[in-house]
Design a protein around this ligand. Sequence first.
Ligand code: DOR
Length: 436
Amino acid sequence: MKSIVIKGAKVYHNGRFQDLEVRTDGPFISQVASRVSTDGARVIDASGLHLFPGIIDVQVHFREPGNTYKEDLESATRACAKGGVTSFCEMPNTSPPATNQKAMDYKLSLGAKKSRVNYSFFVGATNDNLDDLIGIKRVCGIKVFLGASTGDLLVDDMKALERIFAETNKNRVIAFHCEDEAFLRERKHLFEHRSDMRAYTEWRNVEAAYISSHRVVGLARKYQHRAHILHVSSARETELFHPRDTLVTAETSPHHLLLNVDDYDRLGTLGKMNPPLKYREDNAGLWKALQNGRIGVIATDHAPHTLEEKRRGTWKAPAGIPAVENSLALILDASSRGMCTLEQVVQWMCENPARTYAMKRKGFIQPGYDADLTLVDPNAEHVVRNSEQLTKCGWSPWDGQKLRGRALTTIVRGQVVYEDGQVNDDVRGSEIEFAV
Ligand code: DOR
């Protein structure tokens, strides 16, 4: 593998962007300095650009095995490369669900064969697979759905939930979909006669999420078990989290930051996901929680479904939207509008995701770390277009929207996987390693 030297960029190093050069040798970063050796290296002139650690998307659904007509590891990871995403953690609600070691090993073999970027997979919890969870190896974490969503995975037996906390490795992250299933079941009939998407939000409301997140935070503290709350959608939940807490951490998604029920007028059921969009004040509350450190991570919950499926009406359309190829651009665009700094984008989309899951050698531009790098032009404007999406489902809720800022070049373990608008299909990522 040819070494790479990146010159002329503002490089994110030790917490700020600096005029530095970076050299890769093999799959690793070998030098970060004001001048590095160019011997035997391909030199990339990155004047005017910013060099980020590769974006790490710690919540995606890539549909393989089982629903590869919506997405597969090839289409999804080509989309990642385009979006500047160099590593992902994939959810277990594939078909069949990934709930034991055999299923994990199979997914890892698919990753090695097909993934253009670095890969890892969650094992899914059920009411009765505790033994599988206790012995599991080579996973990023355990995923618990506390509210039913796409697929059959659900833990609705609260005794089973306590045993998962009590008996699995306390340092391994349990990642939670927090919407209280009993509360949802009780109230569904109040809304089902309505066909508007606001009814869907009123059903799966702030309280449904709050009750569930509150329970998880309590159990995590009781058992001193690592827990991570996924796709926080409301301002109210954020009061449950604390800056610098290393036991309970939280994540939100670009759509919960940037969209709300008003967008249903434009998107209809294309804007359906779980947990659903909330209100304008929730967008503001989530940005505030990122700013004050109660929430540390932005990840997409990339959840592709075909347009035909999405048009089946409020109650029949599946929940979920695709986002891996636009997430960085969306947050860079928000940054260009003064919502955050570029340094914060790196903290929320690279450093904290790596820290949250105790990934080895990822999330930072440091000698000895993996050469996963994303070259960003914060000023490049482009319009998101369905016709240009690489995700197999072929659409984006941001179709037609002009964004400022995007990834121009993506490097995965020392290999250029995306440049000049093209994916290099010869590149393969590696299995992500974890300290837990
Ligand atoms: O909207 C969602 N879609 N939320 C989930 O929890 C699952 C996901 C999917 O897999 O479609």
